[in-house]
Design a protein around this ligand. Structure first.
Ligand SMILES: N[C@@H](CCC(=O)N[C@@H](CS)C(=O)NCC(=O)O)C(=O)O
Length: 210
C-alpha cells in the first residue's frame, strides 16, 4: 500500500499519526509514503487526479491500484485489516464515544481551523475572505472548551489511558494551527497540557514537525 501525503497538512497528518500509533502498538502495517507537494499544486496533476478527482490528500493506494480518498475511510479500512491495538477502543459504548469525540474534533475544530487558514493566508493560494474567516473563528471556541473540560481529570488521552483516533485528529489540528501561528490554547490549561504531553511522545515526534 502507498499513502500519498504532505507534511503539516492536517488530514494526511491525522492518518500518519494513526499509522504510527498502530505500528507502535505492534500492528504489522507496511505502507510506503509518497509526497505530493501541495503548495506546488501537485494535487492538481493528472496523475493525482487519477487517484483522487477531488485533488486532495491523503490518498491510500491499495496493491490492486484502487484508492481510498477520505482520511476517516482510510483509517476505518486499516482498522478492519489490523484490529490490534484497537484505536477506537474495545467495547461498543467506548467505540461510540471515541467516534463521537473524533467527529467533534474534526467537524467543530479542525474544519473551521482549515477554513480560517485558507481564508486568511492560504498555503495553497486560495483567495482571502474576511467574512468566511470571521465565521470560522466563531465556531471553534465551544469545541476547545469542551475538550479542555474533558481533559480536566488529567487523563493522558481524550478517552483515558490509551490513544484513540480523536487524539490523532486533535494533534494534527493543533500542529496546523501552530503552522499558521494561531494560538488556540490560551486559557485552556488542560488542553495545553495534553498538547505538550502528546507532542513529547516519540511516536508523535516521528510525524509532527511543528
Ligand atoms: N475530507 C477529506 C479532506 C481532504 C483535504 O481537504 N485535504 C487537504 C489537505 S489537509 C488537501 O488535500 N487540500 C488540497 C488543496 O487545498 O488544494 C479527508 O478527510 O480526507
Amino acid at each position: 500500500m502507498k499513502l500519498y501525503w504532505y507534511r503539516v497538512a492536517p488530514n494526511p497528518t491525522k492518518v500518519r499519526l494513526y499509522i504510527a500509533e498502530k505500528i507502535a502498538g505492534g500492528a504489522a502495517l507496511e505502507i510506503e509514503g509518497v509526497l505530493v507537494t501541495l503548495p506546488k499544486g501537485e494535487q492538481r496533476s493528472p496523475e493525482h487526479r487519477a487517484r483522487n478527482p477531488f485533488e486532495t490528500l491523503p490518498v491510500l493506494e491499495l496493491d490492486d491500484g484502487s484508492t481510498i480518498i477520505e482520511s476517516l475511510a482510510i483509517i476505518e479500512y486499516l482498522e478492519e485489516l489490523y484490529p490490534a491495538p484497537p484505536l477506537w477502543g474495545m467495547e461498543p459504548r467506548t467505540r461510540a464515544r471515541a467516534r463521537e469525540v473524533e467527529r467533534i474534533v474534526e467537524q467543530r475544530l479542525l474544519n473551521p481551523v482549515i477554513t480560517y487558514i485558507h481564508a486568511t493566508a492560504s498555503p495553497t493560494g486560495r483567495p482571502p475572505n474576511a467574512d468566511v474567516a470571521d465565521r470560522a473563528a466563531a465556531e471553534w471556541p465551544m469545541a476547545l472548551l469542551y475538550l479542555d473540560e474533558l481533559l480536566a481529570d488529567e487523563r493522558p488521552f481524550l478517552l483515558g489511558e490509551a490513544p484513540t483516533v480523536g487524539d490523532c485528529t486533535l494533534a494534527a489540528t493543533l500542529q496546523f494551527a501552530r503552522f499558521a501561528k494561531i494560538d488556540l490554547l490560551a486559557g485552556l490549561p488542560n488542553l495545553a497540557r495534553w498538547d505538550d504531553a502528546y507532542r513529547a511522545r516519540p511516536i508523535a515526534q516521528m510525524v509532527l514537525t511543528l
